[in-house]
Design a protein around this ligand. Structure first.
Ligand code: PAF
Length: 293
């Protein structure tokens, strides 16, 4: 059996920068894949995307406390460094950066990066402070690694759009790449949180993506958008989801709410639903067909 050695793990900014400096001196492009660990195939596809862009790939693993609101799952968020390192080795990662909380937020830390507008809808409404936590930590990770590229998953579409906005607004010298959602056999978007689902909930969870794809198809064929989304909400509640945080159609680029499809603009359906104790998010494109209005 082929044995692939685990990538080196560093925990401090100084060590991280030493490695990156050597790579840069050798003329290598560097890509960063920020993660919170609890890795699955979705994260590994980000590493593979990173590999296509750069010779050297860093994965950061940091369960960022500031993006979890009071009462959320910070304490129980999956942590398994050994398994994560093995998966990363097989996906072609060169270096793991696993800082401590005090490395990222030393005593006296007082800065907050807040992207307006884009973060004020969808998950921003239901998870106060979440996106400030995300953009602040991502800004720090990007500054620390000084990579050429950073790669994020499209499942967290609102996060991706917010990070692109931050990078543009703050003139950060990095290119942001994205990677499509990786789905289980029944279409459920892969997520570290899927492991919270009971067997019964897991069966129900697979219905979310099917309802969203069917709704996107109806809208693309010209059926009234509001009616489709209302029917989708009802169907999901009937299927066993206990709460719908939102199901909305929005412009993919600026996340403005849309009421009809417009030519030349990409739109997606965004959803966040609760199933038992688990919150699931997903999004699907509305692919215009010749028949749409
Ligand atoms: O998507 C995630 O896993 C996190 O939000 C990120 C980007 C690593 C920031 O903590």
């Amino acid at each position: 059996m082929l044995h692939i050695s685990r990538p080196r793990t560093v925990t401090t900014i100084v060590e991280l920068r030493d490695v990156v400096r050597d790579w840069r001196r050798a003329g290598d492009l560097v890509a960063l894949v920020p993660t919170m660990g609890g890795l699955h195939e979705g994260h590994l596809s980000l590493v593979r995307t990173a590999r296509r862009r750069a010779k050297r790939v860093i994965a950061s693993i940091f369960v960022n406390p500031t993006q979890f609101a009071e009462g959320e799952d910070f304490e129980k968020y999956p942590r398994d460094e050994v398994r994560d390192a093995e998966l990363l080795a097989n996906a072609g990662c060169d270096l793991i950066y696993a800082p401590t909380v005090s490395e990222i937020y030393p005593d006296g830390f007082a800065t907050n990066i807040s992207v307006k507008n884009i973060t004020e809808s969808l998950c921003g409404t239901h998870r106060p402070g979440h996106f400030d936590g995300v953009t602040t930590v991502v800004c720090k990770l990007l500054n620390q690694a000084q990579a050429d590229y950073a790669v994020f998953g499209e499942k967290d579409w609102q996060q991706l759009v917010s990070i692109r906005q931050m990078v543009r607004d703050l003139d950060m010298p990095i290119r942001i790449a994205s990677s499509p959602i990786v789905r289980e056999a029944d279409g459920l978007a892969m997520s570290s949180r899927n492991r919270y689902l009971s067997e019964k909930e897991r069966k129900i969870a697979g219905k979310l993506n099917r309802a969203l794809f069917a709704s996107a198809d109806h809208i693309a064929h010209g059926i009234d958008l509001e009616r489709v989304l209302e029917a989708c909400t009802k169907a999901l509640l009937t299927a066993g989801f206990n709460e719908i945080d939102y199901i909305e159609a929005r412009d993919s680029a600026n996340l403005n709410l849309i009421h009809t499809l417009e030519h030349g603009k990409e739109a997606r359906i965004f959803a966040a639903v609760r199933l038992g104790q688990t919150r699931l998010i997903d999004n699907v494109p509305i692919e215009r067909t010749g028949r749409a209005g």
